[in-house]
Design a protein around this ligand. Structure first.
Ligand code: TXA
Ligand code: MG
Length: 355
């Protein structure tokens, strides 16, 4: 059954104090407290919020997204001091990370106190927590005062939304409200790290790089399930096909010249076979694929952040353009590009050629 999705209007360029006192934030917060679903911007992607203490509200998130019930949610807090009320332990590693990266694109998995709705954590003994670095998100969270559970605000299996328009394309009529804070900055989701054990374990690469975590903590393990297809990832969400465009996607890896000429050949072939062809590239190589139907350059190879910011929007655009097949240039798997590549591999369901 469709409902009206209320648009809570923010004036652009509002300062933090104006936000805190704005009608939009107050109304959106009241909606959440009443148990309704409200989408809101964070610095990574838009989230779909519900108060984390209400089983019924949280159940609506799973329903609106079509999300599998075994995939737990991240709770969002507006102040670090709130954490102690919900987590059982806050180990030294976690304190160091919070000190360095909160507010920011880092989610920590910690043992919880059993006072959150059980479906937030899908029955696990740990909960994923983060304090986002976005003025609208922080104003909202602090107005609500209790943690807000929020997965990315897309239909399950679609790329995460980086604009309010993306959210509405997926969820208009399925959620109660949305706060439009303009395009998000980082563009890929937060990094998820399990700090409940002795050695920190990276569960999902994201806005904070593995290198940054290592710099702060020393040893950090990477969940083998992230790279080895024969092992089940420790983070439930990482096992699903995700971020997927409707067209078949191929990642092409190798020396830059060889990658370009391979994609050129493939484009020619596919066009000859009557397919609509998309190419995902960067500014540097944008002009190389004249024969393709839809060429999207996501930022520059010299600026990983510019690629991360535009990746999901590009995947959605290929869908709008109804391309049958997408060829994408791979990136070196370091720094933020490691997170970008993680998402691109998922979008391509593992289709990769090395040339
Ligand atoms: O940037 C982000 O993290 C965005 C914004 C809205 O904050 N949120 C987001 O949420 O990406 P979601 O639900 O799309 O991804 C949460 C990930 C999933 O892979 C889930 O399996 C994992 O975190 N997760 C949640 N709780 C967990 C837990 N207790 N143990 C291990 N993984 C957990
Ligand atoms: Mg998601």
């Amino acid at each position: 059954m469709l409902k009206k999705t209320e648009r809570f209007q923010l004036d652009s360029g509002m300062e933090e104090t104006q936000l805190i006192h704005s009608e939009a934030i107050k109304r959106a917060a009241a909606y959440l407290r009443q148990g309704k679903l409200v989408a809101f911007p964070t610095e990574t992607v838009y989230g779909l919020g519900a108060i984390a203490t209400s089983r019924d509200s949280v159940a609506k998130i799973y329903e609106a997204k079509g999300r599998p019930s075994d995939n737990p949610l991240i709770i969002h807090i507006g102040k670090k001091e709130q954490l102690a009320q919900w987590v059982r332990r806050f180990p030294e590693n976690a304190q160091k990370l919070a000190e360095k990266f909160w507010p920011g694109p880092l989610t920590m998995v910690l043992p919880h106190r059993d006072n959150l709705a059980e479906n937030v954590t899908a029955g696990l003994s740990t909960v994923a927590v983060r304090m986002p670095d976005h003025p609208v998100a922080l104003a909202l969270l602090n107005e609500v005062g209790i943690p807000v559970a929020a997965p990315s605000a897309n239909r399950s299996g679609k790329p995460s939304p980086t604009t309010a328009e993306h959210v509405l394309n997926d969820l208009d009529g399925r959620i109660d409200g949305i706060l439009d804070g303009g395009p998000t900055g980082i563009g890929v989701e937060s990094t998820v790290v399990d700090v409940s054990g002795e050695i920190p374990l990276l569960l999902r690469p994201g806005g904070i790089t593995l290198e940054q975590l290592q710099e702060t903590l020393g040893e950090v393990r990477v969940d083998p399930g992230l790279t080895d297809a024969s092992q089940t990832p420790r983070s439930p969400g990482m096992k699903y096909r995700h971020y997927a465009p409707q067209g078949e996607m191929w990642l092409v890896k190798g020396n830059p010249e060889a990658v370009i000429s391979y994609i050129q050949q493939q484009v020619q072939e596919a066009v000859k076979n009557g397919k609509r062809v998309g190419v995902l590239t960067t500014e540097e190589n944008q002009g190389k694929y004249q024969q393709a139907d839809c060429v999207i350059a996501v930022g520059s190879r010299r600026h990983p952040a510019s690629v991360a910011r535009r990746l999901y929007g590009a995947l959605r655009r290929f869908d709008e353009q109804k391309v049958d097949v997408i060829f994408a240039e791979a990136f070196p798997e370091q720094g933020l590009f490691a997170s970008v590549m993680n998402r691109m591999k998922k979008a391509a369901s593992g289709n990769m050629v090395e040339v």
